[in-house]
Design a protein around this ligand. Structure first.
Ligand code: SF4
Length: 463
């Protein structure tokens, strides 16, 4: 089989990162080798994000830059995937006739077969495709189970690219329909992978040397609820918590994390799981989005500020060192100064380790985009800056509190410019630059923290 090169650029969330890895694994079976430069590629895939207008705009700008490689060599295939591809395939098909392929997240499993069709597109027997312009494959598969078979799930683990931490998809899609979020329209309804398949993948990864597993889904709490009627044995916990217990038994997995959880259906058994499972990290991303009950209601989040704080307290009661992080949307339609102050006070009360905060960006297809009371851009920007300034001080304060502590740091990658130094993370997820070591990805070392700023810690190994 002819060897070909593929270059994938990934924008957006961890789900997209995991999708790109899956594409590479599937394409490897068809003799495609990953290359880091688009100039070396026979196939270029831009895996896009549509979560905010700015992200969408950047992606399309980048597509214009990548087009040059195809202009210079028409045999290069150029494909658009991900959430922009899913939501805007019809208009993009006309606007971007130079593309060869537009495909959505639900089509990844079929990518090798779809590519074969693209490569044979000159074949007159494939006359259903436009003679010019991209092939569009964006249908949601309603009937097919969500399965990532092991041969397709084999990760990109080669040589220098070995990563000690790996994402494992457990559920895709979302049924929550938060009024600001485009995900239910780009990734469809919730579909869970079979528990046995997820456990099999974590065993496989552990055998390859992976030390940290991150269970991934748009809302991991919903895991298995779409399929539990099919389960023969009644479960002691919710399917997601059951899965945590099962995966935690994988020999070799030292750290276990998950993302993302919607607070509204956080399983009540989760605090006990944090007691029972030592591998579950002291790191928890729990997006609150806003601190005002009126705004939370308008966002259709289905929890209140008070119930969110109760959930935080329940986890902290069993894991006092838990480093919480959160997503916050500033300037959601109708947000008043008082609503925003509620967000500021919640962020101040929780003492997050860090936050991802953005101004509200209306997304196509979502109800909030049509809300009348949009907040002017200059107010959103001003509020965002106030929030980020406050959080920066808190992150810096927490990081400085680490100075002098001895932390277990799992090494992840070598500093390119200073090869004698490595980067790793504490059990709480804080980034640490470890000085002067002969490291290796995946080993955990006792590190005395010596310096800190708002971005990272610095430390030395203590023997
Ligand atoms: S829970 Fe809400 S914010 Fe999260 S993916 Fe689903 S709809 Fe979007």
């Amino acid at each position: 089989m002819t060897q070909r090169n593929v270059h994938i650029e990934t924008w957006g969330c961890q789900m997209n990162v995991a999708d790109s890895e899956r594409m590479l694994a599937l394409l490897a079976q068809k003799n495609f080798r990953a290359v880091s430069s688009p100039s070396d590629a026979d196939l270029i895939i831009l895996n896009t994000c549509n979560i905010r207008e700015k992200a969408r705009h950047k992606v399309l700008t980048r597509l214009g830059e990548l087009r040059v490689f195809k202009d210079n060599n028409p045999s290069v295939l150029l494909a658009l995937s991900g959430c922009v591809a899913q939501t805007e395939s019809k208009s993009l098909r006309n606007q971007l006739p130079f593309l060869d392929l537009i495909f959505g997240p639900d089509q990844i499993e079929d990518l090798p077969q779809i590519l074969e069709k693209v490569m044979e597109a000159d074949d007159p027997s494939l006359s259903q495709f436009a003679p010019q312009g991209p092939l569009v494959q964006t249908k949601f598969s309603e009937s097919r189970e969500y399965s990532i078979p092991m041969d397709a799930a084999e990760p990109w683990l080669g040589g220098d690219k070995f990563e000690a931490t790996r994402f494992v998809n457990i559920i895709k899609g979302c049924d929550n329909f938060c009024t600001f979020c485009v995900v239910p329209y780009t990734r469809g309804r919730e579909k869970s992978r079979a528990m046995a398949e997820v456990v099999q993948e974590t065993h496989f990864l552990a055998e390859k040397g992976v030390k940290e597993i991150v269970l991934l889904g748009q809302n991991v709490n919903s895991y298995g609820l779409d399929t539990c009627e099919r389960d023969l044995e009644p479960l002691e916990h919710t399917p997601f918590v059951e899965l945590l217990y099962k995966v935690s038994k994988t020999q070799g997995v030292e750290r276990l994390r998950f993302m993302t959880s919607n607070p509204h259906d956080l399983p009540s058994q989760l605090p006990q799981a944090f007691v029972d499972i030592p591998a579950l990290c002291d790191q928890f991303h729990l997006p609150v989005q806003a601190g005002s009950n009126a705004i939370l209601k308008s966002m259709h989040r289905r929890y209140t500020r008070e119930s969110y704080l109760e959930k935080i307290a329940a986890i902290r009661a069993v894991r006092p060192e838990m480093a919480f992080s959160s997503d916050i949307i500033v300037g959601f339609p109708g947000e008043t100064d008082e609503d925003f102050e509620q967000t500021m006070s919640l962020v101040s009360d929780v003492k997050f380790a860090f936050i991802y905060a953005f101004t509200y960006s209306p997304r196509p297809l979502t109800p909030a985009a049509k809300f009348k009371n949009q907040v002017p851009e200059h107010i959103k920007v001003k509020r965002l800056q106030a929030l980020l300034d406050m959080q920066k001080l808190e992150t810096e304060r927490q990081n400085k509190e680490e100075i002098g502590k001895l932390r277990d740091v799992m090494l992840f990658y070598r500093n390119r410019k200073e090869p004698e130094n490595w980067y790793g993370r504490t059990f709480q997820g804080r980034l640490v630059k470890v000085l002067n070591i002969e490291g290796a990805a995946g080993i955990t070392l006792p590190v005395r923290i010596t310096e800190a700023n708002a971005t990272a810690l610095v430390g030395v190994v203590e023997v």
